[in-house]
Write a protein that binds this ligand. Sequence first.
Ligand SMILES: [Fe+2]
Length: 186
Amino acid sequence: MLKAWFMDNETTDQCLEHHRNPPELIASGELFKKTGVEHFLIDADNYQNDKVLQDLRKKRNYTYEDEIACSEECLPDYANKLKSFYTEHLHTDDEIRLVLDGSGYFDVRDDKDNWIRIAATKGELIIIPAGLYHRFTLDANNYIKAKRYFVGGPVWLAYNRPADDMDCRREYLKHQSQGFAHLNKV
Ligand SMILES: [Fe+2]
């Protein structure tokens, strides 16, 4: 089950949950309508043979894959990397992540510029569409291992906000105004 909620405005420790008071949860259908973020459940222990993942990769042509582990021990230049992950940005390509172990938070902006925090745990595959402002942080467990997928080659470039004049941003806003209907076809 996807766990997502609207964030409070506190600037304290980014690894905390940052629920509003009272908490305002958001279901995956609503999250999709507002942001275009998609969410799938995958068998993380046997992901190579997972039918949902296989279909998705085939239909959307996710030909490139690699794996990343984030923790103080296994990520070089850990503090700076985490800082850049948590700086609000967008990409020209979808950000596709499958959590194999550990957990973390993907924060995305909704249509009214609120932050929505998505708790990603083992077996969850999250797709953040190109052109959507977002950021990532580890949670209090301080560890995540994830697969990353791309169409063709990997695109690591992040464009910090503001990036409103970029084509991918304009395209994203167009899709948003159409309720991301194009994604139901792929
Ligand atoms: Fe990103």
